[in-house]
Design a protein around this ligand. Sequence first.
Ligand code: MOS
Length: 723
Amino acid sequence: MTAFTTETPARTTSVGTAHTRIEGRDKVTGAARYAAEVPFTGLTHGWLVLSTVARGRISAMDTQAVLALPGVLAVLDHRNAPRVTTDYTGMMGMRPDPTCAVFQHDRVPHLGWPVALVVAETSEQAREAAESLVVHYEQEPHDIGFTGERPDACTLDGHAPAVTEKGDVAAQLAVSAAVVDAEYTTPAEHHNPLEPHAATARWDAGRLEVIDSNQGVAWVAGELANLFSLDPCSVRVRSEHVGGGFGCKGVRVHQVAAVMAATLLHRPVRVALTRRQMFSLAGYRSPTSQRVRLGADADGRLRALEHRSVSLTSTVYDFVEASAGVARVMYDADAHHTANRVVRLDVPTPTWMRAPGKAPGSFALEAALDELAEKCGLDPVELRLRNEPERGPVSGLPFAGRGLTACFREGVHRFGWADRDPRPGIRRDGRWLLGTGTAAASFGAGAAPSTAAATAHADGTFTVRISAADIGTGARTALTLVAADALRVPPEHVQVRIGDSDFGPAMIAGRSMGTRSWAWAITAAAGELRERLAGGTGIPDEGITVRSDTSAAIEALTSAERHSFGAQFAEVAVDVATGEVRVRRMLGIFAAGRIVNPLTARNQLRGGMIWGISMALHEEAVRDRASGGPVGADLAGYHMATHADVPHIEADWIDDHNAEDPVGVKGIGEIGVVGAAAAIANAVWHATGARHRHLPIRPDRVLTAGRAATLGGQSTAHPHMSR
Ligand code: MOS
């Protein structure tokens, strides 16, 4: 027993100071192991076989020939795979996407659907055998044609109502001095984290152990327990390092297939997705078609706001890209309508992708605001400031802090917006036309119940355990700073362990709620531990451990609109002769609570803004109507912003301290992308005079719009003109 010294230093302030990543050296030297790199004795390798038709059923499969190939151990398909159930509601309050329940029937709902898993001694043998497996299909006609005009678009109520309606939009539009009525479209987009999905499953003394790359070990463990009808205590999922997530790393086919094979073979089985397979199996962002109608008085005050969005989903699971949700937070109007509709098609199920709904929704709404500002002859920043709502436009709840005005004030000053000439198409720099644009951003700042354990060791150090995930965000480092402050010791005295479902339930790294939720649980455990130690208790060799659970505290929170806010600014240069658009600089100012680690926080915000550049100018997943499959399903065919496309980007924040908030920390993982594409599109209008309502703003669209403008036609790029 060692006596605990109560003479701990006065409250240290690790939170708010820049710290490099704790595991940074391990990552750059290769010492950090990712899910597909952890060695196992007797490891086997599974390779997925994906359907080559978009709709139909499997009629035959020549598995015998494949089983005779070198090293092949098994072929799993719908005839011999273990049964799973999808009849449950998981930790995130949702039923599972049956897409993850592989090999349960002979139906094929989209091209790239897993029809078999070939398991072999080596990865190469598994691949060779998988690629030679002949599968016969009864093919049926498929429908992948997405448009916003489809009559079969329907509403689905999930977490949020599909439709909100207040007042009479038509009546308010009729008496408005300025009206905008426009369609905006965004294409399907893929997340594609650097590290592809990979899982190794094995049974060890009656427990299922899965080494995986995911955004929440407790979540994935719970889903696997439910799917395979296992006692939750008998499933352990670990995910030490994750090379990117962005919403696509939940429970997916690779874990399920690996568990099935490990169960049948009684050996460890690894299943890793290839980059190409990820285009069918990792989820993606649905394309959207959005109609925004705005009506305002001459002074810019909104009378009518209607935001309707159509997205797509698969025929097997209802996922809604709820783009119209942005308007429910951002702006109020006498008549305020929002609606999210979906079309079910023969395509893979879309999923959460960084700022779900908010990223495409903010493009449409914030571009429409810019058009309204033009019509009202108002500065776009001023228009937004005049429409700051007192309360949630739909909820009627007060805002627990709304820092948007302060973000714009700071941004206007820092960006040099004040002396901007509002006229479009008049600034030149050689062959380039120059323009600037702005947009507002918001993202929810909720918290979800989490548990944590804090242990005081006899040597004066501490260990904190929480099943958090560091998907490259720097969460491990941020939580160490939070824990250090809560324990009132320097960060070097605290070891934070994450990524192990045995640490108990905790929020996932998602919905920008991870750090806020985990910080709350860690602070609670640390506070109670300090109280225990303050009694002067000796610390036994096994240490003293205190556990926390924030369920009750979160339940007791008063209802309010909790969000982060931001103001985005962009400057672009456009060459209307080649159609090239270059972003020259961007500035984002955010109100996002207490910033835990300025170094990694800036990186998160800038990363989101870079996604905005990519969304505005590059990304567009294309599906072939004839086959129903993805075109150019790799990182050469799928264009995205690369280093040369990314200019000087500044991300900063204002003081967003709320004394009444129990944590103070909000999320910053997603807000950086919100509004960023709109700011760029608005800047392209300011440069050229052409409105681009269809993303991405490709060179051919810039050329088409440029020609239309010079011919005196409608200066708007049309989505289908150039395809
Ligand atoms: Mo985020 S799209 O909730 O990982």
